[in-house]
Design a protein around this ligand. Structure first.
Ligand SMILES: Cc1cc2nc3c(=O)[nH]c(=O)nc-3n(C[C@H](O)[C@H](O)[C@H](O)COP(=O)(O)O)c2cc1C
Length: 379
């Protein structure tokens, strides 16, 4: 029996994993093959110091990468052993820019072939699902009930999926956008990852293209220069800041109808809005994490749990994909303190609950663009 996969197999799995989603399509992972295993380091220049200061989205993205790798391994009859390494708990020590440090990987994955004692990873998803999953920021037509049965997705006891009503989603999303627009460093960082014209040197490699954002061609043409030249960016960010701050202060106190009534009154074709919530107390019971560990992490949950949540998030997004649906994530609802506060009250979240991800889901109306990857071969 040869338990270790060949280098070629590991390369294939790494290529598949590169289709994982990441915030702003930064692809912050740097995998390296080391003695039959894959070690993954974080690329500092691909982190989002302004938009993701707690590294929540970074670790969720790494989890999605791991899940994609595991799905590829399962198709080859292999299980995966994922070992979070100490550097995962010390992301704060990363520089804000520069290349990955191969001497400080955050996780190690091995994919031994399944023995009789350890079965291959059981997953309802295939490598093709991983390749065909998409985020869609255009219109989504809701499919009620599509997320009612999550039994095949193996959610740990400490993770749950809550529904947010369409009315609240609309209001919170406006607050979230206002937050992004009014924080100069956050807005600058977002513009840095936009590629609004094929003339952008990174258009086929990373970031978010005009097509991915479902942007009208004229608007993309007009805005494209600002994503490349700081001198043009500054006045735009300044104006957006004023509009954003005004929208934020107006939107904060707008009244909402009662949650249950509003949920029942959601238009039938409205997308479903879902929130992935971690219960730190239940995570502690299951995995004996101490309160100090939870407090040490800036996310409020140990990074290895957030990594696990990222795997679950990818399963949820693949669950949408196999039903012909797409998702539209809305991290800004968690990042904006105003939106986050209203979200917590709306869902009656307790002290121990942490909202990790908010996304809408439904059938895409109109074409869905494929996102680029650093691993794409372009002619
Ligand atoms: C943790 C996480 C957070 C994300 N947050 C947002 C978000 O707030 N808004 C958004 O439009 N897309 C968000 N995305 C989606 C990414 O931008 C998207 O995955 C990336 O651009 C690659 O596109 P693809 O998923 O279609 O391959 C997020 C993705 C991840 C993994």
């Amino acid at each position: 029996m040869s338990p270790a996969p060949s280098t070629e197999t590991l390369r294939e799995l790494v290529l598949l994993a590169s289709r994982a989603p990441s915030a702003h399509n930064t692809q912050p992972w740097s995998p390296r093959l080391v003695r039959g295993a894959v070690e993954v380091s974080v690329i500092p220049s691909r982190t989002l110091p302004a938009g993701d200061p707690t590294f929540r989205d970074l670790v969720l993205s790494l989890g999605a990468w791991v899940e994609s790798f595991a799905i590829g391994a399962a198709a080859l009859g292999r299980r995966v052993v994922v070992e979070p390494l100490p550097a995962l708990e010390h992301l704060d020590e990363l520089p804000v820019t520069g290349p990955a440090d191969p001497a400080a990987p955050v996780l190690r994955i091995t994919a031994p072939s399944a023995s009789t004692r350890a079965k291959p990873y059981a997953t309802p998803f295939t490598p093709d699902d991983v390749r065909r999953r998409r985020v869609h920021r255009g219109r989504l037509r809701g499919r009620p009930g599509a997320f009612d049965d999550l039994s095949t997705l193996a959610l740990p006891r400490w993770l749950s999926l809550r529904r947010l009503d369409d009315r609240a989603m609309g209001q919170l999303s406006r607050l979230g956008i206002a937050f992004t627009a009014s924080r100069r460093t956050v807005a600058d960082e977002l513009l840095h990852w936009l590629r609004l014209s094929p003339a952008h040197p990174q258009y086929h490699r990373d970031g978010m293209t005009d097509a991915m954002l479902a942007m009208p061609a004229a608007l993309a043409r007009l805005s494209a220069p600002a994503t490349r030249r700081a001198a043009l960016r500054d006045p735009i960010v300044a104006v957006a800041g004023v509009i954003g701050r005004t929208a934020e202060s107006l939107g904060r106190d707008a009244p909402l109808p009662p949650y249950a009534r509003s949920l029942a009154a959601s238009p039938p074709d409205a997308p479903e809005h879902l929130v992935l919530v971690a219960d730190t107390r239940a995570a502690g019971v299951d995995e004996t994490i101490s309160l100090t560990e939870a407090m040490d992490s800036r996310i409020g949950l140990p990074e290895r749990n957030v990594l696990e949540a990222g795997r679950v998030l990818q399963r949820l997004w693949l669950h949408a994909r196999v039903q012909g649906m797409a998702v539209s994530p809305h991290s800004e609802l968690i990042d904006s303190p105003a939106a986050h506060g209203i979200l917590r009250r709306r869902l009656s979240l307790g002290r121990a609950d942490i909202a990790l991800s908010v996304f809408s889901t439904g059938e895409p109306v109109g074409p869905v663009a494929r996102s680029p990857r650093l691993t794409d071969v372009t002619g």
